[in-house]
Design a protein around this ligand. Structure first.
Ligand code: DOR
Ligand code: ZN
Ligand code: ZN
Length: 399
């Protein structure tokens, strides 16, 4: 009877290619269990757990642990993302092959763990990734252009005295790695595209036949640097909130398929890491439970996407990008399915303390948002219903 009710929308379970769970290392802000509950409540049936844990997920011991913990919890399939390199200086490639063949079966590697400063290392990483048929997810930040930066470089930051993060810091890496991927014949995925220039570069690269894909976060679709006015560090994020011309370009690009999918960059942080001075606060914001509503607000309501399009950017494209064939495809009769049921007309009011994450750093505090997840099914089992996550501990039986 979960399916009862008129005007509801049934979609394939959402797939998030970019989630920060804080296990191991910062379990005071999120665990695989708490993050899995947030994911189920947000309509997700698969999430990709980013590699910048502590220690970094640069070995099979950690990537296998992440997969196993996700399966034990049983609320969402937690796919580990492996780090491209080992060591702080990022001078040595990680054993990607070992991680790819472990029980965690890593499909996606990222520099969002250890920064890769050296283009030669990235070139070798792309060649290695190609031989393994895995993907590299590029955080796209030239660190020599963002040293000390805390906000988008523009008139607002200048007026408020906040050090600026230029668009070129992102765009130069997007351009560089599009060319490196072309030469290596490898696939590269651009994380959290945040500028109109990145959209232009991704479009250019796709037109050349380069195997490039891109994601956009809900917050980069909705929020701008106008948010900085209050100096509230909840709005601090990497890449930073940009300008209205960027959000507009990102929305159009998502509608047109230039940007392939929505990914949350869900980034829980402790109260003490967010309530300090803006410059000292950690970057990142919660996203799993609010993603669908922000997509409804920014894309469905203005007529840029219909519900078929929502299925494409939240489920089908992300599943295709990482080669998950149990997600986002038509379901056979009688087959246990990954589904999310949505009430498109219902609204709800965000309350950070009531979200399933341990941390509560949502930028949407007290906002009333459209689109409500009624229920989520993982292989036919209800993992969330009417705002309550199922109890953890029923093994997911994934893969
Ligand atoms: O804002 C961000 N937070 N951007 C990142 O790239 C990392 C993330 C985090 O781990 O908190
Ligand atoms: Zn990142
Ligand atoms: Zn991230």
């Amino acid at each position: 009877e979960i399916f009862a009710g008129e005007g509801r929308v049934l979609l394939p379970g959402f797939v998030d290619l970019h989630t920060h769970l804080r296990e191991p290392g910062r379990e005071d802000t999120e665990t695989i269990e708490s993050g899995s509950a947030a994911a189920a409540l947000g309509g997700y049936t698969a999430v990709f757990a980013m590699a910048n844990t502590s220690p970094v997920a640069d070995s099979q011991v950690i990537t296998d642990h992440v997969w196993r913990r996700g399966q034990e919890t049983g609320l969402v399939d937690v796919y580990p993302v492996g780090a491209v390199t080992v060591g702080l200086a990022g001078e040595q490639l990680a054993e990607m092959g070992t991680m790819a063949t472990g029980v965690g079966a890593v499909r996606m590697f990222s520099d969002d763990g250890h920064c890769v400063h050296d283009p030669l290392i990235m070139r070798r990483a792309l060649e290695y990734a190609r031989s393994l048929d895995v993907l590299i997810a590029q955080h796209a930040e030239e660190p020599r252009l963002t040293r000390g930066a805390v906000a988008h470089e523009g008139p607002t930051a200048a007026r408020l005295g906040l050090a600026g993060w230029p668009r070129a810091a992102e765009e130069s890496i997007v351009a560089r790695d599009a060319l490196l991927a072309r030469d290596a014949g490898a696939r590269v995925h651009i994380c959290h595209a945040s500028t109109a220039g990145t959209v232009e570069l991704v479009k250019w690269a796709k037109d050349q036949g380069i195997a490039i894909t891109a994601e956009v976060t809900p917050h980069h679709l909705l929020l701008t640097d106008a948010r900085l006015e209050t100096y509230d560090a909840v709005n601090k994020v990497n890449p930073p909130l940009r300008e209205g011309s960027d959000t507009e370009s990102l929305r159009q690009a998502l509608a047109a398929g230039i940007v392939d999918c929505v990914a949350t960059d869900h980034a829980p942080h402790a109260e003490q890491d967010k309530c300090c001075e803006f410059a000292a606060a950690r970057p990142g914001m919660l996203g799993l439970q609010t993603a669908l509503s922000i997509v409804v607000e920014t894309m469905v309501r203005p007529g840029l996407l219909d519900w078929r399009g929502v299925a494409r950017v939240m489920s089908e494209r992300p599943a295709e990008i990482v080669g998950l064939d149990d997600q986002g495809r038509p379901i056979e009769v009688g087959e246990p399915a990954n589904l999310v049921l949505v009430d498109p007309d219902a609204t709800w009011t965000v309350e950070g303390q009531h979200l399933a994450s341990i941390a509560s750093n949502t930028p949407y505090q007290s906002m009333t948002l459209p689109g409500r997840v009624i229920g989520t099914l993982l292989r036919g089992r209800i993992t969330a219903r009417d705002g309550v996550a199922a109890s953890p501990g029923v093994p997911g039986g994934g893969r």
